[in-house]
Design a protein around this ligand. Structure first.
Ligand code: F6P
Length: 326
């Protein structure tokens, strides 16, 4: 493959606040460095269906503050097939795209990795997901905003929980990862977090609740990460209702509320730094890496590591939560 002249950008998988800031940063950094830019709509689906337009600096004006993604997004089954990826490559050739920047989570980078190796094509990934579950980066784009949204919601639920002296189970997103639940619990002063990484918490739940209610508390909030391992907020609430019929139990599932909203300053800055770094990476001849943030330093993480390695949860945070919930 010759020198890169044209860069295509797409967002894929679940949207995350800050994706627009990332699109803006990639577009403007690329144009600043003399590249042409093509915006690809609806992720890999739009790539296969040839939904591609030229992007100029004006295409990304006034979007840094917007949640969602102006490029739209999709989860695309067809791209998981060889035929689908071959069609996508034909469209890439037709538009003269020499490299891709893919903004998305685990599934999107898995697709990027496969495509890059099949067609020997340069792709740079940006970690865009509220789940924060990609290995090799301290934070993903969208995580901080989602965490703040969770905190905002739990603060409000606490008002009614306290007034009615109730026990609330609040389910948060995370797709089998407990980052949002654990840090959301610490940020909102919840009594406990039930996360898939540490399944023993479920067994200790009864003890924890009893202790809390026996002592000074007459209301409690437990954050539950969505996952078959935790059983979700509904499942846990059912168990507790049976064991402790005396408690007034309620469930709130925050759901897609967590994915929307204007990105926080932290997410806008992270997305801006990572977008610029994606273009720098291409200028340096990097390919098939995800941009990561390691202690405020930009790092290049091979796709294989970002996807395959499990990002560890800081168990010390759980101890902190326990100590603070007495
Ligand atoms: O990966 C982001 C995420 O919001 C997960 O936390 C959640 O499990 C999933 O996407 C929900 O996906 P969908 O919007 O397709 O239902």
């Amino acid at each position: 493959m010759g020198a890169i002249k044209t860069i295509g950008i797409l967002t894929s998988g679940g949207d995350a606040p800050g994706m627009n800031a990332a699109i803006r940063s990639v577009t403007r950094s690329a144009i600043y460095n003399g590249f042409n830019v093509k915006g690809i709509y609806r992720g890999y689906k739009g790539l296969i269906d040839d939904e591609i337009v030229d992007f100029k600096t004006q295409n990304v004006s006034n979007i840094i503050q917007q949640g969602g993604t102006i490029l739209k997004t999709a989860r695309c089954k067809e791209f998981t097939t060889e035929e689908g990826r071959a069609r996508a490559f034909d469209v890439i050739k037709k538009h003269g795209i020499d490299a891709l920047v893919v903004i998305g989570g685990d599934g999107s980078l898995t697709g990027a990795r496969q495509f890059a190796s099949e067609f020997d094509f340069p792709i740079i990934g940006l970690p865009g997901t509220i789940d924060n579950d990609l290995y090799g980066t301290d934070h993903t784009i969208g995580y901080d905003t989602a965490l703040n949204t969770i905190m905002w919601c739990v603060d409000r639920i606490r008002d009614t929980a306290t007034s009615h002296e109730r026990l609330f189970f609040i389910e948060v997103m995370g797709r089998n990862a407990g980052f949002l639940a654990l840090n959301g619990a610490i940020a909102s002063g919840a009594e406990a977090a039930i996360i898939p990484e540490i399944s023993t918490e479920v067994d200790q739940l009864a003890e924890l609740i009893q202790n809390g209610f026996r002592k000074s508390k007459n209301s409690s909030i437990v954050l539950v990460a969505e996952s078959p391992v935790t059983g979700g907020a509904m499942g846990l609430a059912e168990r507790v209702r049976k064991e402790f019929p005396e408690y007034d139990v309620r469930v709130t599932i925050l759901g897609h509320l967590q994915r929307g909203g204007s990105p926080t300053a932290q997410d806008r800055i992270l997305a801006s730094r990572m977008g610029a770094a994606a273009v720098d990476a291409l200028l340096e001849g990097q390919r098939n890496v995800m941009i990561g943030d390691d202690n405020e330093e930009i790092v290049y993480v091979p796709f294989s590591k970002a996807i395959k390695n499990n990002k560890p949860i800081d168990r010390e945070l759980l101890n902190t939560l326990r100590r603070l919930s007495i």
